[in-house]
Design a protein around this ligand. Sequence first.
Ligand code: HAX
Length: 439
Amino acid sequence: MILHERISALLPVWRDRIKALAKEHGDVVVDTVTIEEVLGGMRDIKSMYTDISSVDPAEGIRFRGLTINETLQALPKARGGKLPMVGGLYYLLMIGEVPSKEEAQWVEDEWGKRASVPDYVFKMIKAMPKDTHPMILLSQAVLALGKESVFNKRYHEGMKKDMYWEAALEDSLNLTARLPIIAAYIYRMKYFGESAKPKYNPKLDYGANFAKMMKVSDKKGYADLMRLYFTIHSDHESGNASAHAMHLVGSTLSDAYFSFSASLNALAGPLHGLANQESLAWLLDVRKMFGGVPTRENLYKFAWDTLNSGKVIPGYGHGILRVIDPRFITQMEFAKKRFPDDELLRLADMVLDVVPAVLKEQGKAKSPAPNVDAISGTLQYYYGVREFDFYTVLFGVGRALGVTANYVWARGLGQPIERPKSLTTKMLEDLAEKVVKPA
Ligand code: HAX
């Protein structure tokens, strides 16, 4: 049990570091909080900690200290593919070290052993009305799996606090092993009317399994796309809505299934993960309106029409990033290498040229640059996954890797129940008044 042994060995060191920080430097001021930040969705307030990933506004994501390119270079490649095994990424997130091929394969093998979903989950998904959004189906399925939670069972048997992490890891491995099967079932059942349960082949890696279960031809490298996709969507430090939702719910000692269902519910919002479906819909609207790739002038006008109708341009802007999202760049590079002449890709490229200028002119968005969602749908569309209300499900499968790694470590480090303080408007006004007219 490599992950179990490694985390067990690492935990005492980390617990001592956190204990020392709290004991010796507990009163050091990390950040000040302004009224603007309180009113503005706590944007940028430094009030959480995680070592799984970090986002620099001027650089983007680092997974355990590695940029996306460094991560892709360092991790062991999947057999028959050009991209790394997702199992290696999970090891990196969990342990903080680049795994050997054997260590990455160990995670893949664990997934292979744990990849079975109880029948009642499929029945429940199938019983839902046909027009149910796939994110509802995914979140329901995850919640229903809570019945199987190892953490929940052991908690009620009196598990010791310093062993919470191990039960959390068991649930996390089971959950991440099951998600591709559930996602593929939702896809085949909802759009193709198939009710056969997808079969996970333990001889193949996570990406290849997903491509197979989705029944997307791998001729042009869909398995590689999904290896990349799951990797770059896994984590984005802890303050984003889906990661924070998982963390908050997990902090009450709700199990990984309750917590990840909450995470998915946050991801399903149009300002968060749903932006990938909205973004592709916006591109297709442009293409339909102009019968192909429009002129720059027409695209410029279309973008302004979107803003003037009170809508956001999906896929652009970010809560904390202030440069082009490296997750966007990596996907763009992947696409340009494989299908440079694709019409939607050319359109996405033109949008990249025009939309930031429009957003700058409007002057509201703090970042006019594209985020991860501006391009991911275009890649799926190329490979034939064109049911774009499904795209956030794909994001959800990837996001599970990062948020469960955070969840395991949060239990390991004994992170407490979250409970920030709220103020009334009157309290804020009184505070402001004191500053304007000090006594
Ligand atoms: N189009 C139009 N207006 C935008 C905009 C966009 N793409 N991005 C920001 N703005 C507007 C905001 O709506 C806000 O307007 P109001 O003052 O009228 O409320 C103003 O610019 C300031 O916003 P901000 O501080 O720059 O951005 P926020 O931190 O408030 O929000 C969002 C960040 C990502 C939600 C925002 O940029 C947005 O709505 N983008 C479009 C939706 C999107 O792509 N979401 C996915 C983000 C990545 C992600 O989480 N993926 O899962």
